[in-house]
Write a protein that binds this ligand. Sequence first.
Ligand code: ADP
Ligand code: MG
Length: 430
Amino acid sequence: MKRRTSKRVKTPSGTERVKVHVRIRPSLPTDGSRDPNSTTPSTTTTMYQSQSQGKVNVITGLNNNGKNTHNTNDTKAFQFDAFFDENTTQEEVYDQVARPIIDGVLDGYNGTLFAYGQTGTGKTYTMMGNEQVQPTAAETLDERGIIPRSLDQIFGTMRASAEEYVYEVSMSYVQLYCELLQDLLEPDFSKTLSIRESAADGTSGSTDSGVFIQGLSSFKVNSKEECLNLLRVGHESRAVAETNMNAQSSRSHAAVVLNVERRPRMKLCTDAADQLLSPLKDKNAPKKTSAKLFIVDLAGSERVRKSGATTGVRFNELKSINLSLSALGNCISALSEKKRHIPFRDSKLTRLLQDSLGGNARTALVINISPCDADAGESLSSLSFGQRAMAVATRAHRNIEVDYKALYVNPLVLVGCWTTCLIPLDTTPF
Ligand code: ADP
Ligand code: MG
């Protein structure tokens, strides 16, 4: 089939960077008994001091017979877009991290949201939250995470602007388990999917340029409820196994992909006639925007000793998770140092995130850390990862093109329309 060439309108784009936020989770009752191999209490204590405007100091001191001696000489200072302490609500996190990205998606900018950190630090809590259902007025705390809130914003905006625009939303759900890509909405795990890259250069005006998953199923969705149902279906297929770190620990990386198309609603009659009488003049031709939203819940990194897995399937899962996360770390390092070669091909995770890191997308990430002294090493390494990610530039541009679909309007409607507008029929463009 001949590929339609669409006339793309490029909008001026500035360089932005990946936005990085840090969230520390509250202490949990299980924190004290989590490390089964530790026989001695921690000899160091770590304080995370939130300064203003995303600055955080990490102060390490000796645990001297129960007395903490924090020497400010052992201070490491980090700078992020925001630091969320234990008391920060899901709504506050959403407003700062995700809302601007979703605003962009509705206006034609690709967006990526993801959480990074050790297992048990709150990635799934941040992304999905504890409750999928909005609480009633009697309940006070709304613990829904970024995914259900993003759906609220997308479908809420669609309803509010329905007179002006027509939207089309489709959804896919995929997991990366032991370097195998699997469709969570049409689970046939004997079949694995492959990642392809289209020949189109990454700066063209379409979302189908760049990296995509071949053969991934996609479902048209009309409401938040339909999306949540698909999430439930997919969630049941996700590889979740119990580890010592977190009884609900996800052993796969999972990504929800939403494609959002928006076209102006043709208002019969005058608007339609105006637009159709000058159909190919760029200024007047109807345009549509399209954007891809990619929300990723990463599996956590774990040290083999702490996970309790030393052989078998669990060990292989852990090896593959750590491998892909270290490949992600290497890409972030190379991007932040503006190296010429970025090793995206070292793992499927980095290939999947290729467009989100330095490509045509706006990206925001949450670094989740634990408040426990026993986890200080992992927390510091996650913070260093986040610090490097702050230096990664992105090249998001608005995906907007002439809406050819809008030009295929029922001729009978047009006859009615044009006669009302008293425009002679022989001016028809067909
Ligand atoms: P991860 O996905 O990083 O492995 P989870 O999101 O599963 O971690 O979180 C581990 C546990 O901590 C869960 O029981 C979760 O409800 C709880 N938790 C994480 N962050 C918070 C938070 N900010 N407030 C309350 N509970 C949290
Ligand atoms: Mg998780």
